[in-house]
Design a protein around this ligand. Structure first.
Ligand code: C2E
Ligand code: CA
Ligand code: CA
Ligand code: CA
Length: 278
């Protein structure tokens, strides 16, 4: 604050500096890890409730760190977003997802891969060319990919966003709004952007059985999806009771520990090839 005393001011700066230094260290290690091929994509199946088939999987990044062991994305994705390394990391993710797509197809699994994208990856129109070339070089069909973005992307005033999104949509890439309901209350963007899926945030699903309010919100989101012709995916389904309710509400897809945790590709392939008999 403007009128803060000298000490407060100094202390504030110091903690910011410590944070910045931490970011720089993590970032340097991340770039080293990227060069050393330490990252891996895990996959979590997304179940079509109506057909009872897994026809999509979400790719979730993991870091097999030589000293720290398995490092989760919440540790390094925010850093990569702040430093700009997310662009290179995001390209690696798409490249790896393309290679994995070929493995899924060869195993006889007819699926789409849903990849997470950060808003800052859309800042330049070059993103479209880069990603289009990644699909082309790996000889995979861009129709097999869904990009998960968050509502915050629509709040920035970057003109490139719109162009990148519509150019990708034109070559068959679908778009999902991740963590739906947690960002901004404005839903106007749903009318103006090619949104194919809404992913109901797991915080709503978690209290589905205990909170009447969350239950109503989930029901309304599902209804809205039906009216707008947007497919609805409920995240974070951990119990059968939650699935039962979502089914009653006519939800399209579920994802969560109840079905499977995110796992390395070979485990997921084995798991998906087993029939689901619940
Ligand atoms: P997200 O996109 O919302 O992904 C869902 C997170 O919920 C994942 O955490 C997943 O493991 C976890 N999850 C799945 N089912 C359940 C459940 O039933 N219960 C609970 N409690 N959690 C569940 P994860 O893998 O740690 O990823 C965290 C976040 O990191 C992701 O949240 C996403 O925002 C980001 N992220 C992951 N991979 C990438 C990536 O390749 N690129 C970018 N930009 N971000 C990524
Ligand atoms: Ca996601
Ligand atoms: Ca999510
Ligand atoms: Ca998230």
């Amino acid at each position: 604050a403007k009128h803060a005393g000298r000490n407060t001011h100094f202390f504030f700066n110091e903690s910011m500096q410590v944070e910045a230094q931490h970011h720089l260290l993590v970032n340097a290690d991340l770039l080293r890890g990227l060069a050393a091929d330490e990252f891996e994509l895990y996959y979590q199946p997304i179940l079509n409730i109506k057909t009872r088939q897994v026809d999509k999987c979400e790719a979730l990044i993991r870091w097999n760190h030589p000293e720290k062991g398995l490092v989760m994305p919440d540790f390094f994705i925010p850093v990569a977003e702040r430093t700009g390394s997310i662009v290179g990391l995001g390209n690696w993710v798409l490249q790896q997802a393309c290679k994995d797509m070929r493995v899924f197809l060869e195993a006889g699994l007819d699926i789409k891969i849903s990849v997470n994208r950060s808003a800052s990856e859309f800042y330049s129109i070059k993103a479209y060319e880069t990603w289009k070339n990644i699909f082309k070089d790996n000889e995979v069909d861009s129709h097999r990919f869904i990009f998960e973005i968050t509502e915050s992307l629509f709040m920035g005033r970057h003109a490139a966003h719109i162009d990148v999104i519509s150019a990708l949509h034109e070559i068959g890439v679908q778009f999902a709004i991740d963590d739906f309901g947690t960002g901004y209350s404005a839903i106007n963007y749903l009318r103006n952007y090619p949104v194919d899926y809404l992913k109901i945030d797991k915080s709503f699903v978690q209290d589905l059985l205990t909170s009447k309010q969350d239950r109503m919100l989930v029901e309304v989101i599902i209804k809205m999806g039906q009216v707008l012709d947007i497919v609805v995916i409920a995240e974070g389904v951990e119990e059968l009771g939650q699935l039962d309710l979502l089914q009653q509400f006519d939800c399209d897809y579920i994802q969560g520990y109840w079905l499977s945790r995110p796992q390395p590709i070979m485990q997921i392939i084995d798991r998906c090839l087993e029939p689901i008999n619940q």
